[in-house]
Design a protein around this ligand. Structure first.
Ligand SMILES: [Zn+2]
Length: 297
C-alpha cells in the first residue's frame, strides 16, 4: 500500500505564492495541475498535486510546502496483493445526490426512526422509509452510487440487483427510492444491509470521539438536549481498517460494522462485503464504489 497526500488550493488571489510552490514541485519533478482565471476581480489561480510518502524526498518536500497553507488530504492506495489477500472489504458508494428535502436536515425525520438518534453526534438513527431524491441518477457509467451527507446509503441499477440475486448474495434486500412527490424511481434500488457485526474494530491510529460537552457545543447546534455519551471513530485514512477476525462468522455477504465512524456530523456504520461480492464487482467491472481491504492483526 502507498500513502497519498493530496494538496489543493481553492482559487486564490495572486500573491506570488503559486510561483514559489511550482518552483518546488518542478525541482522534484512532481506533476501538478495548475489553472488560472483572469477576471475583473483580478488574477486567481488554483493548484492540485499529489505526494506519495514513499518518494525519496517526501519529508523534504512536505517541509518546504508546509508554510504555504495548502489543504492536505491523506488517503491510502492499496496494491493488488492487499486486495487479493483480504477476505472482507469496506465499500463506499461515490456520492452524486443529496437526500431530500435538504432544508434543516428535514430528511432525517422523514427517512429514519429517530428514537435512539442523537442530533449532536448523529449516532443511532435507523432507516425505516425510502430515501426521497430530487431525480434519477445521471452517472451513466456507474452501476452503484451514493449520497452526500449519508455515507452508508448505497444504490444500484436494476441490472446489478439481478446479478446479486442470481448469485444468491446473502444479507441484503432492495427498496426503491422515491421522488419528492413520493412516486417510485423506476429501475433503481437501495441495498438494505441486514446484518450488523459484533464489536471488533482494532483502534490503531484512530481517534475516538465521545459525545459530550467537550466535543459538541450546544450553542452551535441551537439545541439543549442530553449528550448521549456514545463513541464514534475518526479513522485517519493511513492504511486500512483493522478488525478482529473472529467477528466475521456471518453467512451474510453484506454486513455493517457495529462501530460508527466519522468526524464532525458524520456518523456511519461501515458497509462491508465478502470476497464473493468483491469478485463479482471485479469480474463484471462494476463501477461507482471505492473498495478497501480489511486487515486483521
Ligand atoms: Zn450523541
Amino acid at each position: 500500500m502507498r500513502l497519498k497526500y493530496r494538496y489543493a488550493t481553492v482559487m486564490e488571489k495572486d500573491t506570488g505564492k503559486s510561483k514559489k510552490i511550482i518552483n518546488i514541485l518542478e525541482k522534484y519533478s512532481i506533476k501538478y495541475k495548475y489553472e488560472e482565471e483572469n477576471s475583473i476581480l483580478g488574477f486567481y489561480w488554483s493548484l492540485i498535486f499529489n505526494l506519495y510518502e514513499d518518494f525519496a524526498s517526501f519529508k523534504e518536500i512536505q517541509k518546504k510546502i508546509k508554510s504555504y497553507g495548502l489543504l492536505e488530504q491523506i488517503s491510502t492506495e492499496f496494491d493488488k496483493e492487499d486486495m487479493d489477500n483480504a477476505e472482507w472489504y469496506v465499500i463506499y458508494a461515490l456520492p452524486c445526490q443529496y437526500p431530500q428535502p435538504e432544508e434543516d436536515w428535514e430528511y432525517v425525520k422523514l427517512t429514519f426512526d429517530t428514537d435512539n438518534w442523537c442530533p449532536y453526534c448523529n449516532v443511532g438513527k435507523i432507516q425505516n422509509k425510502p430515501y426521497k431524491l430530487m431525480k434519477e441518477p445521471k452517472q451513466k457509467g456507474n452501476q452503484f452510487w451514493g449520497l452526500f451527507w449519508e455515507n452508508d446509503a448505497i444504490f444500484c441499477r436494476e441490472e446489478i440487483k439481478n446479478i446479486l440475486e442470481r448469485e444468491k448474495i446473502q444479507g441484503i434486500h432492495f427498496i426503491q427510492p422515491v421522488r419528492k412527490n413520493n412516486t417510485l424511481i423506476e429501475n433503481y434500488y437501495q441495498l438494505i444491509i441486514e446484518t450488523v457485526l459484533d464489536k471488533g474494530f482494532i483502534q490503531n491510529n484512530t481517534e475516538s470521539i465521545i459525545c459530550n460537552r467537550k466535543n459538541y457545543d450546544k450553542k452551535k447546534y441551537k439545541l439543549d438536549l442530553k449528550y448521549c455519551g456514545r463513541v464514534k471513530f475518526a479513522h485517519n485514512q493511513k492504511g486500512g481498517y483493522m478488525f478482529e477476525k473472529r467477528i466475521f462468522f456471518s453467512k451474510s455477504d453484506f454486513c455493517k460494522s457495529n462501530e460508527y465512524f466519522g468526524s464532525g456530523w458524520n456518523a456511519d456504520r461501515l458497509n462491508i462485503i465478502s470476497k464473493k461480492v468483491y469478485k463479482i464487482i471485479i469480474e463484471n467491472k462494476l463501477k461507482g464504489l471505492k473498495i478497501a481491504p480489511i486487515f486483521h492483526e
